[in-house]
Design a binder for this molecule. Structure first.
Ligand SMILES: [Zn+2]
Length: 276
């Protein structure tokens, strides 16, 4: 069973912070959140503390300790995403999940044994963990996961249930990871996702690629990571060509790992940004 651990990051420039956690996220299989309240659902909270990073809470470390007394707070004090990245990469290199500054209270369990994680993960692309290679030719997220709850509430959703990624009309859409195509919708008018492709991956992960102009794979087909699976468009409930990417993990809703129904989880920490 996965360790109950989350990384809390400043909401401003959230994706720059998320990106800085990539190697650590892949090494230790931990998610990130910009929401301090959600972070409180976890036993271990690694928190990136930048100056004025949490304008609502102020001193975020004190705020967390006051509200979530049984949680273990693992502060990482940084000024820039680059600092966060180097700090966390050093932890990955040493296999130390938490920083030395963490005071382990007597109530915490034996969570300090991290030796079972892979020993060398300096090249996250080769560590064998599920990940999402960038699915378009444009390294821009145009709508974040969980964004615009006021819009999505009318669909019964707590927020945007995936990430939108730039993909102009008829540009290439790639599968994020190897797997088997388990659903293809070629009718643009019967689902809010329009024409779309669904792929089943290892470890119970599933991805959905929505609003396509054209699908290029069949149900049952085995696909490789980065294989072209379709072309971008704006079919279904969409304004303007882009890719909507949804990630699901079987059982995530039942295990309360996500507040979304249908096992939808945040794909952001799994995304591998393309090399510039
Ligand atoms: Zn979307």
């Amino acid at each position: 069973m996965a360790e109950s651990h989350i990384i809390l990051l400043p909401q401003a420039d959230y994706f720059q912070w998320v990106r800085a956690t990539r190697a650590y996220v892949l090494a230790f299989g931990v998610n990130t959140t910009p929401d301090p309240v959600k972070a409180g659902e976890f036993m271990n909270i690694t928190v990136g503390i930048s100056p004025n990073g949490y304008p609502e809470q102020g001193d975020i470390e004190a705020w967390l300790k006051a509200r979530f007394a049984s949680a273990r707070i693992d502060p990482v004090r940084i000024n820039f995403p680059e600092e966060l990245e180097s700090t966390l990469q050093a932890r990955v290199a040493s296999g130390e999940r938490y920083g030395a500054a963490v005071v382990t209270s007597s109530t915490t369990t034996s969570t300090t044994t991290t030796s079972t994680t892979t020993s060398t993960t300096s090249t996250p692309a080769d560590d064998g963990a599920f990940k999402l290679y960038w699915p378009t030719d444009y390294a821009v997220i145009t709508q974040a996961f969980g964004a615009n709850p006021e819009i999505y509430s009318k669909w019964g959703l707590p927020g945007h249930e995936g990430v939108d990624i730039r993909a102009p009309m008829n540009t290439n859409i790639y599968g994020g990871y190897e797997g088997t195509v388990f659903a293809v919708e070629n009718n643009p008018d019967v689902h809010p996702y329009g024409k779309h492709v669904r792929i089943l991956h290892k470890d119970g992960y599933r991805t959905v690629y929505a609003h396509l102009a054209q699908t290029l794979v069949q149900v049952g087909e085995k696909v490789k990571a980065k294989q072209m699976i379709g072309k971008a468009d704006s079919t279904g409930n969409s304004t303007g060509s882009h890719l909507h990417l949804t990630l699901k993990k079987d059982g995530a809703t039942a295990r309360k790992e996500t507040k979304f129904l249908g096992d939808v989880i945040d794909p952001t920490p799994f995304l591998i940004y393309p090399d510039k």
